[in-house]
Design a protein around this ligand. Structure first.
Ligand code: MG
Length: 378
């Protein structure tokens, strides 16, 4: 057999109005990226991906997936869409093809491997689950009878085929088909059943988004960030540390209120998000931040984390100085940081250390602070 590579056709040309929302379901957000981005990621490393989109969605496709997939415009039915994609596959390169619903973002590597393995011995193979619930017929809200469930399966995708026979089957097929197995059967191909997965859901109804999010919840995202900051002493009668005014014989020099602890904490959050640092979001060259309360910076970073779906699991701030003494203010600092970030105070630690009179903090030339945060997206 020429070629021998596997291609993947992802069919996403429908408008998907049943799942609600203004965007077609395959473009709606699922944990920070479009459903289709999850679907495409599930097939990473399997082979060339051909993505079939509604003609109106081609610009969206380029915006999200340029360079990652081959884009093909769909036809006016599901089988017309699949046929368009099959026609761009060179049989000298590809011997097998997996055809998958764009709205099934949770196909597992094991499921995909089972379908591919079955193609070693069968011209076609598709995953399915046997029906375990009782099946009724009904009318007008009343059960009218029972249907035997023996031998009944719920079909899933990816459905796998040898390229030449499924292409011939598609060319010969007339009418509308629910899936590609129907087209294979019409051409007389044997289709092997492989074990499907309950989690391989097809997003159809509004509630399916919440279910997909719960299933994806198994892959919790945990991020850690650190921040470090220094401000030099200058003339003054107090310092601002973690939002609290602490009387001292000196002040701290800085463009804003020079709250070294809050700056380190803010940078730790930006760091965990891989979103730069305070200077990037609040440039010191911009006069509007002169003398600004650092609360603005911390609230911005915490809000950014929240908007991206992260919960601040804990924060630990260490202030490094000989004086002033921090201990008497530590609780107040904790509750101020708690208020600004909207996080329970028992998840926030403020502590202090000296540097044993060594270095610039030991010589009391300034105060340093380090902070660590952990962000969790369930
Ligand atoms: Mg600073």
């Amino acid at each position: 057999m020429a070629g021998g590579e596997t291609a993947v056709i992802i069919v996403a040309a429908g408008r998907g109005s049943r799942a609600g929302g203004e965007l077609p379901k395959q473009w709606r957000d699922l944990r920070g990226k479009p459903v289709l981005a999850h679907t495409i990621a599930a097939f990473a490393g399997v082979g060339r991906i051909v993505l079939v989109l509604h003609p109106d969605d081609m610009a969206l496709g380029l915006q999200h997936f340029a360079g990652k997939v081959v884009l093909v415009a769909g036809g006016d039915s599901r089988n017309a869409s699949v046929r368009n994609a099959l026609e761009v596959l060179d049989p000298d390169t590809f011997s097998t093809v997996l055809i998958h619903d764009g709205a099934r973002p949770l196909a597992s590597p094991g499921l995909i491997a089972r379908v591919r393995a079955a193609l070693d011995t069968a011209p076609a193979a598709a995953p399915a689950l046997s029906v375990t619930d009782a099946l009724w017929t009904g009318a007008a809200g009343v059960v009218t009878g029972l249907t035997p469930r023996d031998g009944l399966y719920r079909a899933q995708t990816p459905q796998g085929f040898h390229l030449a026979p499924i292409r011939a089957a598609h060319r010969a097929f007339k009418g509308d088909a629910k899936d590609d197995v129907e087209i294979a059967l019409a051409a007389g191909l044997d289709v092997a059943i492989v074990e499907g997965e309950e989690e391989n859901i097809k997003i159809t109804w509004p509630g399916d988004f919440a279910r997909a999010e719960r299933i994806l919840g198994g892959s919790m995202d945990i991020r850690t960030g650190n921040g470090f900051d220094v401000h030099a002493f200058t003339e003054g009668d107090h310092v601002m540390l973690c939002g609290i005014r602490v009387p001292h014989s000196r002040g701290l020099l800085g463009h804003s209120d020079a709250d070294v602890g809050m700056h380190a904490l803010t940078d730790a959050i930006y760091g965990a998000l891989a979103k730069g640092d305070i200077g990037r979001h609040f440039p010191p060259s911009d006069p509007q931040w002169k003398g600004a309360a650092s609360e603005i910076f911390l609230a911005h970073a915490a809000g950014l984390a929240r908007n991206k779906g992260y919960r601040l699991s804990n924060a630990d701030v260490t202030l490094i100085c000989e004086r002033p003494k921090i201990g008497p203010y530590a609780l107040e600092m904790t509750s101020e940081l708690s208020r600004i970030m909207g996080v329970d105070p028992d998840r926030i630690s403020v502590k202090a250390t000296t540097s044993e009179r060594l270095g610039f903090t030991g010589r009391e030339e300034g105060i340093a602070a380090i902070a660590t945060v952990t962000l969790v997206r369930p």
